[in-house]
Write a protein that binds this ligand. Structure first.
Ligand code: SF4
Ligand code: SF4
Length: 369
């Protein structure tokens, strides 16, 4: 293939998140998929995904993350992995692991898969199966991790943490390290979509957060040289928001199962933006010049206090989807910021009474045609 085009004024994205499908046998109540899920019949076909992968490589993308839903639900996953390898993309499979078997994994590895990211919801079977609403999920995940390691593929374990499982974080880290993961991502739930609906049941306390920070620091020391640990804190307890997606339209592009191009997986919630589809437009044109990708790119869109803040090119004003979800306006400063006019919303959420009941991610209630 020809060399990537790096000549344009807008830097190319580094990574493309390919949400191949919203189908998934699990029902995690903090799933990052939107509340309105895309039905099987509306998914892009193999030829369109292959074209998107070719265009991504041409644009300068370095990595593709095959995600979902559960990407192994796509029968053409091997073809797409093979195509990604052919056009020079590093490929990562983000999976729950419950549908992986040795033969499928060997085929994926032979097709050029580079890396597998496997999520774990808890340390033990009871906790893992309950939060995923899937009997046997945790055992299947452990088996999948063993297959990935045996296949010689790099393995990252995603450890998703929240109020209900933080007491078992040390055991989760030991389990994942024992399974042979070279990298752990300890990620607090981020409160959008399904997770926002479950915030009162999942948001950790300040004391839990202090304890989790200490657990991660100790594990990093203990596992130094053997396992790398990334840590994603819950931003509700922070004074400054995270630099969401490293800035809108700066590093990442996300394609939904039906082909909408988004600057992040939650951006479709911003209903007054018209996100273009890869079925109608070339990826380069979407990235460089679509109105939706320009809307919050850079700093010109910022209101005060961000506009005159020396952190505006550090955190990019935080998360647009969080601003929308909490204030009703995507163009406001992320309320997580202690300087934000809406910061009291975060204090209120932290002070709200905890809830036990969970809203599970169920397809049938919210499926689009
Ligand atoms: S978070 Fe859970 S429900 Fe959502 S796609 Fe991943 S495994 Fe499936
Ligand atoms: S005011 Fe805006 S730019 Fe400054 S720290 Fe807060 S969110 Fe970041």
């Amino acid at each position: 293939m020809s060399a990537p085009d790096r000549s344009a004024a807008v830097e190319p994205p580094l990574a493309l998140l390919a949400e191949l499908t919203h189908r998934c046998p699990l029902q995690c109540p903090y799933c990052s998929n939107p509340r309105a899920l895309v039905g099987h019949g509306a998914e892009l076909d193999t030829a369109t995904w292959s074209r998107v992968l070719s265009e991504a490589a041409q644009l300068g993308v370095l990595q593709v993350h095959f995600s979902g839903g559960e990407p192994t639900a796509r029968r053409d996953l091997v073809d797409l992995v093979r195509h990604a390898a052919r056009v020079g993309l590093y490929s990562n499979l983000i999976t729950s692991g419950v549908q992986l078997d040795g033969a499928r994994l060997a085929t994926l590895a032979a097709a050029g898969l580079d890396h597998v990211q496997l999520s774990f919801q808890d340390a033990d079977d009871a906790g893992g199966d309950a939060i995923a609403a899937y009997a046997g999920a945790q055992a299947k995940k452990r088996a999948a991790a063993a297959l990935v390691v045996a296949q010689g593929l790099a393995l990252t374990a995603n450890l998703v943490v929240h109020r209900r499982n933080l007491a078992r974080l040390p055991a989760m880290i030991e389990m994942a390290a024992g399974l042979g993961a070279g990298r752990l991502e300890v990620a607090h739930v981020q409160y959008y979509g399904w997770a926002l609906a479950n915030r009162a049941a999942l948001l950790p306390t300040a004391a839990q957060l202090v304890e989790a920070d200490a657990v991660v620091a100790a594990a990093r020391e203990r596992l130094k040289g053997r396992v790398v640990i990334d840590y994603v804190p819950p931003d509700y307890h922070a004074r400054q928001p995270k630099p969401c997606m490293s800035g809108w339209g700066r590093r990442f592009i996300n394609i939904t199962p039906s082909g909408k191009a988004l600057p992040c997986h939650a951006a479709e919630t911003i209903a007054d933006l018209d996100f273009p589809s890869v079925t109608d437009h070339a990826l380069a044109a979407i990235w460089r010049s679509s109105a939706a990708f320009q809307r919050f790119r850079g700093t010109a869109w910022m209101p005060e206090p961000c506009r005159s803040c020396d952190q505006r090119e550090v955190d990019w004003g935080g998360c647009r989807c969080q601003a929308l979800a909490l204030t009703g306006d995507a163009a406001r400063t992320d309320p997580v910021c202690a300087l934000a006019p809406d910061h009291a919303l975060i204090d209120d959420a932290l002070a709200a009474p905890a809830r036990d009941a969970l809203v599970f991610r169920r397809f049938e209630k919210t499926t689009l045609p």
